[in-house]
Design a protein around this ligand. Structure first.
Ligand SMILES: [Zn+2]
Length: 188
């Protein structure tokens, strides 16, 4: 039984990126819960780690550092950090740690990235690429870890989609299916 930790980026006192009437923490929370729901018939234990569930005023540091620590404590097999981007761009991108280049984690990411992008391309969403970074959640986790940045909250066109429940549901579906394929999950 694979144990998957989903980390909906931000929460509590940390809204994450804000734009077009949306808070990143709300979008990531919704996505994580939908992904979990879609994996419920699979042989996998899906755990959403969200510090604000235990502490409504969780800080930015709590939101950043507690989920990787919990995933390590839980002995998770895979870690997915879900974010929404900001800063004037548009599109989707995924990250693994810079030391994972060409390794298994990178291959798992490629499967997930391809699955999600096939869906997003139908909406004309740009593929910003498969990237490498020294993000804390990627560096501090002991298991394969991927971070996805799902569109830009401060881009008007992206925000229209982020507010569209059927789009969000479809995106969660593809993230879930990407995990099924990447991790070889079987029906339970
Ligand atoms: Zn974020």
């Amino acid at each position: 039984m694979k144990r998957i930790v989903l980390d909906p980026g931000h929460g509590g006192a940390d809204p994450g990126a804000v734009g077009n009437g949306l808070l990143e923490k709300q979008v990531t929370w919704m996505l994580a819960n939908k992904v979990k729901e879609k994996l419920k018939r699979m042989k996998a234990e899906v755990i959403i780690v969200q510090p604000s569930c235990g502490n409504p005023r969780s800080t930015k540091d709590d939101e950043l550092y507690l989920p990787p620590r919990d995933a390590n404590r839980l002995g998770a097999d895979f870690y997915l950090s879900i974010h929404v981007n900001a800063g004037g761009g548009t599109g989707f991108e995924s990250f693994v740690h810079q030391n994972s280049q060409g390794k298994d984690t990178d291959k798992l990411r490629n499967v997930l990235h391809r699955q999600v992008m096939a869906y997003l391309a139908k909406y004309g969403i740009v593929d910003r690429g498969k990237k490498y970074a020294n993000f804390a959640v990627l560096r501090l986790t002991n298991m394969p870890a991927v971070l996805i940045e799902c569109l830009f909250i401060d881009n008007a066109k992206d925000a229209v989609l982020l507010k569209d429940q059927s789009f969000i549901d479809g995106l969660a579906n593809e993230i879930a299916y990407g995990l099924i394929v990447a991790l070889g999950l079987q029906r339970g």
